[in-house]
Structures are given as structure tokens and as C-alpha cells.
Design a binder for this molecule. Structure first.
Ligand SMILES: NC(=O)c1ccc[n+]([C@@H]2O[C@H](COP(=O)([O-])OP(=O)(O)OC[C@H]3O[C@@H](n4cnc5c(N)ncnc54)[C@H](O)[C@@H]3O)[C@@H](O)[C@H]2O)c1
Length: 268
């Protein structure tokens, strides 16, 4: 089986390395706006084949894995879906744009292709998406990060808050997921995944907390509804290649690829 990975950063590289040891994968086509990054990875891994343009290989692949950026998701998702190829999307924050979301969901349906959004850097998404089938009263995402994670944040600068001066755990934001992704773009993927799995960007509540005592990013997902209650905490170790990305996000992408291309799916 062949797949195509967009982006040779922390997530793309982890996927390409994993494919190297997976007999089911024959070729991992790889593209990146950095020709150098992609060709370097190609030199190291025997299954990786760099392509400057994915159009010629679309008829030869089972899945496009977008692991690059929102710009890349905007360009490659419709391109792949139009050719009837499924897309696994990591830059899920792009779906905060309702017009784009509607366009690609409609296109997927028309072409009989699928858009997959993995749970990424947060756990509990499976239970939330099942729980939403009954009434959901409340979904709250509480994200806690060390001060360094908020460096240069425009919203905090405007509010006159310097996270590096905080000595105790402090709430920085309390509002809807839609507002949160605007003010805290670093948080966009997790907030978007929770919103899409549950009650949407306007009903999902997000609290952003800065804690000088924590070293890792923590996401606490709480939901209450007809199904009962859910309270799930994920404490993430950063990716060795990109400290802004949680290692779990890359692992979640690999786990999703295995589910999509494999013969069994635990936790579907
Ligand atoms: N869903 C989640 O929970 C989750 C978690 C972490 C990261 N992410 C997202 O996944 C994406 C990849 O993360 P990463 O840590 O691997 O990033 P990274 O910065 O380590 O690597 C991204 C790579 O993509 C390339 N790229 C960017 N835009 C491109 C474009 N338009 N065309 C071609 N190549 C392009 C860059 O050159 C770079 O090599 C990011 O958008 C990130 O926000 C999602």
C-alpha cells in the first residue's frame, strides 16, 4: 500500500520512520515546501519518495496525510478529495473556518472520500463523540501550560499580562472554543478536535491556564450529559523534533493510519 505525507516535520518524520518498519507500506510519497527537508529524509529512509507535486501520484495512493500547516490543509485537502482520495488531517484548526469546513465535508461526500481527524494531542475524544448522541449539557476543555508556551501571545500582550512574571497558577482565558482559537492559536488543534467531536465551537467552553509549576502541556476534557460524566486528563511529553508539538499527536496519527488501512479497528 502507498500513502502520501504532506510535511516532513515532527509528525511527518515520525510517520515516515514508522512506515519504514511496517511491511504493509510499500511507498511513502513525501512532499514539503522545503525541498531540502524532504530530500534529506528521502536519503535516510528507503521507502520515502520525494514528490514536488502530488497530483501525478494521487491515482497510486490510498491516503493523504496532512501533517504540515493550515495553509497546506487548505490546499491539499480539496485536491486529494477531488480525486476521491481520503485525507487524514492534522492541522484540524483550519476547520474552525465554517465555510472551508462545509466545502470540504460536502466535497468528500460527493466524491465518496473521507476526512479523518485523529484525536491528536488529547484523549477522551472517542467517549465524547459517543456521548454526544444523547443530550450533552456541558463540554469544558481546560488547557494548562507553562509560561514559556505563551511567549509573544498578542492577546496577552494587549491585556498587559506577562506570563513569565506569574508566580502562581493563573487563569488567562475563559470563553468559547471559537474565541479561544482566535486568541490562542497555539491551542487551535485541540480546541477544534474537541469542538468537532462534541457540541461545536460555540457551545464548547475553553479555559486556558498558565502554571509556572508545570513542565508539560496538560489538557483536561470534562463533559456531562445523558451518558453520564467524562473527566479525562492528558499530560503531554513534547515531540523531540518540535517542542510545540506533543509526541502523542504523532503517535495518534500513526494509530489512525493503522486503523484506516488495517483489518481491525479497536475503539471505533
Ligand atoms: N491535531 C493535533 O492535535 C495536532 C497536534 C500537534 C500538531 N498539529 C499540527 O500538525 C501540523 C504539523 O505539525 P508538526 O509539529 O509536524 O510541524 P513542523 O513545524 O514540525 O513541520 C511542518 C512541516 O510542514 C511543512 N509545511 C508547512 N506548510 C506547508 C505547505 N503549505 N506545503 C508544504 N509543506 C508545508 C514545513 O516546511 C515543515 O517541514 C501543524 O499544523 C500542527 O499545528 C496538530
Amino acid at each position: 500500500m502507498n500513502i502520501c505525507v504532506i510535511g516532513c516535520g515532527a509528525i511527518g518524520t515520525t510517520i515516515a520512520r514508522e512506515a519504514e518498519h511496517t511491511p504493509d507500506f510499500k511507498t511513502v510519497y513525501l512532499t514539503d515546501r522545503s525541498h531540502e527537508c524532504a530530500t534529506k529524509l528521502q536519503e535516510k529512509l528507503s521507502k520515502v519518495s520525494y514528490v514536488p507535486d502530488i497530483v501525478p501520484i494521487l491515482s497510486d495512493i490510498r491516503l493523504v496525510v496532512e501533517a504540515a500547516s493550515q495553509d497546506a490543509a487548505r490546499y491539499y485537502t480539496p485536491l486529494a478529495l477531488s480525486a476521491g482520495v481520503d485525507v487524514l488531517m492534522m492541522s484540524v484548526g483550519v476547520l474552525n473556518d465554517e465555510e472551508f469546513q462545509n466545502d470540504v465535508f460536502r466535497l468528500a461526500k460527493r466524491k465518496g472520500a473521507k476526512i479523518y481527524v485523529p484525536s491528536g494531542a488529547i484523549g477522551g475524544i472517542d467517549a465524547l463523540s459517543a456521548g454526544k448522541l444523547g443530550d450533552i449539557e456541558e463540554v469544558i476543555l481546560i488547557t494548562t501550560k507553562p509560561p514559556s508556551a505563551f511567549e509573544g501571545n498578542a492577546y496577552l500582550i494587549e491585556k498587559g499580562i506577562d506570563p513569565s512574571e506569574l508566580r502562581v497558577r493563573t487563569d488567562l482565558f475563559d470563553g468559547t472554543a471559537r474565541e479561544a482559537v482566535r486568541h490562542f492559536p497555539q491551542n487551535v488543534n485541540v480546541a477544534a478536535t474537541v469542538s468537532l467531536a462534541g457540541v461545536g465551537f460555540d457551545r464548547t467552553k475553553v479555559r486556558i491556564v498558565c502554571d509556572p509549576q508545570v513542565k508539560t502541556n496538560e489538557h483536561r476534557l470534562r463533559a456531562r450529559g445523558k451518558f453520564g460524566e467524562l473527566d479525562f486528563v492528558t499530560r503531554n511529553v513534547p515531540s523531540p523534533k518540535n517542542p510545540k508539538t506533543s509526541h502523542l499527536a504523532a503517535m495518534s496519527a500513526i494509530s489512525a493510519i493503522r486503523k484506516i488501512t488495517g483489518s481491525s479497528w479497536i475503539g471505533a
